[in-house]
Design a protein around this ligand. Structure first.
Ligand code: NAD
Length: 519
């Protein structure tokens, strides 16, 4: 078995000398059997190494699943209210360490400090909500069609679950998956994105510090194709929950389908804000700016399309350009900065490529369009917030997920056309309508094809107590957060208790019309 390595220390947030971190298996950090590591960098300064992390192998995954499988019977037998006590304690620890976690997140992933605090807050909210679930985990009791017979269904944990997470919400997304899985009595192996392993490790260690028994929550770092797939392939992993790109989701879901394994996918988006002729334009401008450039556009719910009625088009474009150009771009630990870097060189290259695609397609570059490479931006992956206007709904920049600070303004002639354009992509995560007309607001709620709809608010800003997820190519029908998360991480067991003392035959012994028991 591998040897123990050091725990993340508070100085991780302050930028001390980079440490080497292991996987987290059976209640402690252990080195990968490969002995190899990869580095995580500060996207605002590529010279700054955040830490070195285990380049794991399928053998490491097996060790983590061994630990989770061994821990499962005891964790399942632990009453849910007791499991919830540990999660509540974790909520308090997360609160105590919120600032440290947020600062680490800025250094590791790039979002600005205010947003990083929000990311940690989401995990705190989720922990409190899921701690409450420990005293609910609501089942069903229904009347039986037969006398002296009791009918009910209870929730049971699934077993070992595998969680695969992206980098854009490095603590919130692991919390959306881990906390409902744990309160429901499952044991967990998590594979975080390779751009944000430290945030995930700190989150896992906090939960263990809160009192999880060893093996209940494990973490293995490394590549998606090697480590993620090994997790998917292990027959003891009974359910997988993945958040990531549609391409990866398709691959993982395909394999889970072959293995008859439960799989939840939360994938890409091409979200839109619609601004109608009767909209409060000030409000719409503010919302669109936040929706498009919050987290440098790297949110699955980012507003990468803004659909504007032609009668307000000129006015909107002019004001949106001015506001976009006024955004301050830089290192997220400086409170003056509003937009941070994108997460990696790869992400920056994608953004640059889409800017070129937009120009070639004939969209008009309203502002931005360049990577920032001088002065304080020289060592980071910074890109100007970029706006295209006169975009046609079928252009690639209006159809494909860019996942960066680029948005496309599309003019439309009517409310009906706005709905048609908003719905006209393969994705269906978050759509928003700005209108003062209550009839239109309700029509939009009814007809927008997405898992989340906002009225007079941007496409971002979900709260953890409602279902989160999308339709069409954004997902495969499951939802995270709220009570729906519990649905995903439990199996139903239906129970019939016959206390009549005789054999009673359902559908046969009772007369459907009179309700009398047949002789
Ligand atoms: P990604 O698909 O590249 O990676 C996601 C995770 O999957 C990572 O941990 C990665 O290592 C792993 N992975 C990659 N290949 C794998 C494979 N073959 N088998 C198993 N695991 C594999 O996504 P990303 O770049 O980390 O995140 C950005 C994407 O996530 C965007 O498309 C964004 O829209 C999406 N996202 C969706 C939601 C949502 O709730 N719908 C939320 C956040 C992010």
């Amino acid at each position: 078995m591998s040897t123990q390595t050091k725990a993340p220390e508070a100085h991780a947030a302050k930028g001390g000398k980079p440490q080497t971190y292991g996987n987290y298996i059976n209640g402690r950090q252990v080195k990968s059997e490969s002995g190899e590591t990869f580095a995580s960098y500060n996207p605002a300064n590529r010279d700054e190494v955040i830490g070195h992390f285990a380049s794991s192998t399928p053998k490491d995954v097996k060790a983590a699943v061994d630990a989770a499988a061994k821990a499962f019977p005891l964790w399942k037998a632990t009453p849910a209210p007791h499991r919830a006590e540990i999660i509540l304690k974790a909520a308090h620890l997360l609160e105590t360490r919120k600032e440290e976690l947020a600062q680490t997140m800025v250094r590791e992933m790039g979002k600005v400090l205010k947003e990083a605090r929000g990311d940690v807050q989401e995990a705190i909210d989720m922990a409190k909500y899921m701690a409450g679930e420990g005293r609910r985990l609501v089942g069903q009791t229904v009347p039986s069609e037969l006398p002296n017979k009791f009918a009910m269904a209870v929730r049971q944990p699934i077993g070992v679950v595998g969680l695969i997470t992206p980098w854009n919400f490095p603590i919130a997304i692991p919390s959306w998956k881990t906390l409902p899985a744990l309160v429901a009595g499952n044991t967990v192996v998590i594979k975080p994105a390779s751009d944000t392993p430290l945030c995930a490790l700190m989150f896992v260690e906090i939960l263990n510090e809160a009192g999880l028994p060893p093996g209940v929550l494990n973490l293995v770092t490394g590549s998606g194709s090697k480590v993620g797939m090994a997790l998917v392939e292990d027959p003891r992993v009974r359910a997988v929950s993945l958040t990531g790109s549609t391409e990866v989701g398709r691959r993982v879901a395909g394999r889970c389908g072959e293995l008859m394994k439960k799989i939840s996918c939360e994938l890409g988006g091409k979200n839109a804000i619609c601004v109608m002729e009767d909209a409060n334009i000030e409000l719409a401008l503010e919302g669109a700016l936040w929706g498009a450039f919050g987290t440098a556009g790297q949110r699955c719910t980012a507003a990468s399309r803004i659909i504007v009625h032609k009668s307000r088009y000129e006015e909107f474009c002019k004001a949106f350009k001015a506001r976009t150009e006024a955004l301050k771009i830089g290192y997220g630990l400086d409170p003056a900065n509003e937009v941070g870097p994108v997460v990696s060189q790869g992400q920056l290259d994608t953004v640059k490529e889409y800017v070129e695609i937009g120009k070639k397609e004939g969209a008009k570059l309203l502002c931005g369009g360049h990577a920032l490479t001088d002065g304080e931006h020289a060592k980071g992956f910074f890109h100007e917030p970029t706006v295209f206007c006169d975009v046609k709904a079928n252009m690639r920049i209006a159809q494909e997920e860019i996942f960066g600070p680029v948005t496309a303004i599309i003019p439309v002639e009517s409310f009906e056309e706005a709905l048609e354009v908003a719905n006209g992509t393969e994705f269906g995560l978050s759509l928003s309508m700005y209108t003062q007309d209550v009839n239109r607001a309700f029509k939009a709620i009814e007809d927008l094809e997405s898992g989340i709809v906002y009225i007079n608010a941007p496409t971002i800003g979900a709260e953890i107590q409602l279902p989160f997820g999308g339709v069409k190519q954004t997902g495969n029908g499951h939802r995270e957060a709220g009570s729906t998360a519990i649905d995903y991480f439990t199996e139903w067991k239906s129970i019939y208790i016959d206390y009549s003392g005789r054999l009673q035959k359902a559908q046969i012994d009772t007369d459907a019309i009179t309700g009398k028991v047949n002789p």
